[in-house]
Each structure stands twice: as C-alpha cells, then as structure tokens.
Design a protein around this ligand. Structure first.
Ligand code: NAD
Length: 366
C-alpha cells in the first residue's frame, strides 16, 4: 500500500533524527511492500528564516492533505537564538500550537516503557521495577483549564486571578473512545484519572467514561483520583496499561511517567484527531546543544514512526517489527551517548554509536 506522509524536520537535531526514522520506514516499506511518499513541510525556526513566520497557511494545507505527519522538533537556544527576540506569536513554538489547533489534535499519547537494558536509568528501586513497565498516558489536549476563560482583575481592592476548567460531554466522549480503542490494541485495561471527589468536570468525566466503557466489554476499567495516581506511578507503575485523563492532570502525570523511564531520547509521542490522522514526534526538544554533532539519539523518533504505523495506518505487525528491532539493537549493547551507562566498568561492555549508525542498525534489524 501507499501512504502519504508529511515530514516536518524542524530545527536543531530535528533533521538528523527524522532522516533516521525515514530510513527505518523505508526498510519497513521494502520488507512489507509498502510505499511511504514523503513531502517536506516547513515549521519552526527554519520556517521563520524562509518565510518570516513559524507556520504558513500553505504548510497547514500540506499537513491537512496527508494521512499523517512525522515531526522532529522545533526551536533553538531560547537564550541566544534571534528567533526568541521576536514577539511570542512569531516564535518557533507558536507554529506547533497553531498546527495542533488547525488539525484538531485533541488526544495526546505518550508511552512510558522501560527497556530491560536501560533499567539502570530508572530512578525507582529494583523491587518496584520488577520485570519493567509498559504504559500509555492518554491526555486530552484541547480542553480543560488550559483553554478555558481566564482573567486577572482587582476585586474589592485585591488582585484576583481566575482560570476556568470546562469540559462538555462530547469532548470527554471522543477522548474516552480513543482511550478504549488504544487499550484494545494493548493489554485491555483503562485507568481513568480524575478528581471526582471535588470537581464537577471530573464527575461528568467519570459518568461519560462509564457510558463509553459499556461499548468495550473486553476492556477492564477503573477510576483513580489524580493524587493517588501520582503516588501509584512511583509506587507500582506495573499496574497501569492506558491512563486516560484530562489536559492538566495529563500534562503533569505524563512527565512523571516519562521520568521513571530514564532517557528523553527514547520517548515517542503521538497527537491524534477524530480521524485516523496523527502528528508523531519525539517527546524531547530540538537539543541545540548537540545539533549537528551526529550524536543525537534517533530512537524516540523511530518509535514515533512505529506509532504512526500502528495508529494512523493500522500496520500493527510492521510497528511491532520496528519496536522489536529497537529492542534487538539495545540487547546487542549499542548505545547513543545519552543512554550510555554511568559506571566505567559497564561502559566497557557497550558500543557507543552516533545518530546515523543507530538508524542503520535498527533499519538492518527490521
Ligand atoms: P531539549 O529536550 O531539546 O533538551 C534537553 C536535554 O536533553 C539537552 O541536554 C539535550 O541535548 C538532551 N536531548 C534531547 N533530545 C535528545 C536526543 N534525541 N538525544 C540525545 N539527547 C537529547 O529541551 P530544551 O533544551 O529545554 O529545549 C531546546 C529547544 O527545543 C527549545 O527551543 C524548546 O522550546 C524546544 N522544544 C521543542 C519541542 C517540540 O518541538 N515539540 C519540545 C520541547 C522543547
């Protein structure tokens, strides 16, 4: 089959890591007789340099015409880059916010998976880690506190700030369905996280999740209060499969979950709308400190490409092939600099490779 993929290489390490992900996709194409047709889309600092704005209408049209977009990362050194002397709406990140809005990307997925070989990078105790963990944080991305009405004003002589947390049942239903759909492709368990003992929006969230759950009899589900969830993530992360939650809780919990896996260079992510379309990108930024040195870890971007195959193209066995190839390369003790062991004696047991070599190794094992 043929698939149309928009490619935002972006800034900093973006072009280096996306090139490796395309290399791995092409290896998949060769093995399974698919064709990935790429079109470059300008966004971020490189778009500012070329067009004066971080995202043009033409770039949005390009993205809308594709089945999925694979992205590197955007932005530069926020202290020294001239892009950050521009007004906020013209800076690189404004392009990404505009694109997310234009594509109606309401569901954000961040897997937190602990590789056996990288256990050392996990700050949790061995008895807590056990055989490792594998969870998916599913965060609502376009509603809640971050998008509600806000104001700061003087009330009776006292400065007062108000933010509004609002969700309607449709917004909750569409993200809940996505969460249960994803659970069906995994271990079939959903933990819906809220603060229903206090918030009305959480009580509606809980009610709608229960309604949606009825359509997924194979999936077991539970409700958990957000404060308890924050605790359980470090006490017993193995218990989770899909964590389904609203925007602000998801923002905080997804960072907590990614921290317990150790390295930013390994963490993929996806943002989906209510079609099969998705934007796939590593969780990290453009790493200007290492850009151009050929040492960035491309694995997060390669795993994001695997998510694209699974969630936008329904190519599950091809996605498995990429994930297994990553596991093989780690098992064979190849590491980029960011995932090298800390201790001298353990460093002697592994082979340090650069961005391109890591891409070559994974593509070869596909
Ligand atoms: P960062 O994630 O770029 O870097 C933090 C640290 O992690 C750095 O030491 C970097 O070298 C390292 N790192 C990140 N990705 C790596 C990889 N693949 N391999 C090896 N090491 C890696 O965060 P930052 O320095 O705070 O931000 C740099 C720029 O990226 C800023 O302009 C920021 O706004 C932007 N940013 C963009 C996105 C995005 O495109 N979605 C996300 C976060 C930050």
């Amino acid at each position: 089959m043929e698939f149309q993929v928009g490619v935002i290489k972006g800034d900093g390490i973006g072009p280096e890591i996306v090139t490796e992900a395309q290399k791995v996709l092409d290896a998949i194409g060769k093995k399974y007789s698919h064709k990935f047709v790429y079109e470059d889309i300008l966004m971020g600092g490189c778009s500012i340099d070329a067009t004066g704005v971080p995202l043009t209408d033409h770039a949005i049209e390009q993205a809308l015409s594709k089945q999925a977009v694979l992205m590197g990362s955007i932005g530069g050194n926020t202290a020294t880059s001239p892009w950050y002397k521009l007004e906020p709406s013209l800076r690189p990140e404004a392009g990404l916010l505009k694109l997310r809005k234009a594509l109606n990307l309401f569901a954000n997925l961040r897997p937190a998976y602990l590789y056996e070989e990288l256990k050392e990078a996990c700050p949790l105790r061995d008895d807590i880690i056990g055989d490792g963990f594998d969870m998916m944080i599913m965060r609502e991305l376009t509603g809640g506190l971050y998008f509600g009405e806000r104001k700061t004003e003087e009330v009776d002589g006292v400065m007062t700030a108000v933010d509004t947390l609002s969700y309607n049942e449709n917004e909750i239903r569409r993200i809940a369905k996505r969460g249960f759909d994803i659970a069906m492709k995994r271990r079939k368990k959903v933990t819906s996280v809220d603060k229903a003992n206090v918030l009305d929006s959480s009580r509606l969230w809980r009610k709608i999740v229960e309604e949606v759950a009825k359509d997924y009899p194979e999936v077991t589900y539970e409700h958990m209060l957000v404060d308890n969830c924050a605790m359980q993530l470090v006490k017993d992360p193995k218990q989770f499969d899909v964590i389904l939650t609203e925007n602000m809780f998801g923002d905080i919990l997804s960072d907590e979950a990614s921290m317990v896996t150790g390295s930013i260079g390994m963490l993929s992510s996806a943002s989906l709308n209510d079609t099969k379309f998705g934007l796939y990108e590593p969780s990290g930024g453009s790493a200007p400190d290492i850009a151009g040195k050929g040492i960035a870890n491309p694995i997060a971007t390669i795993l994001s490409a695997a998510m694209m195959l699974r969630y936008s193209f329904d190519l599950d066995k091809e996605a498995d092939a990429i994930e297994n190839a990553v596991k093989s390369v780690l098992k064979e003790n190849y590491r980029t600099i960011d995932i090298m062991p800390q201790e001298e004696d353990k460093r002697a047991l592994v082979t340090q490779v650069g961005t391109k070599e890591m891409g070559d190794l994974i593509a070869a094992r596909v």
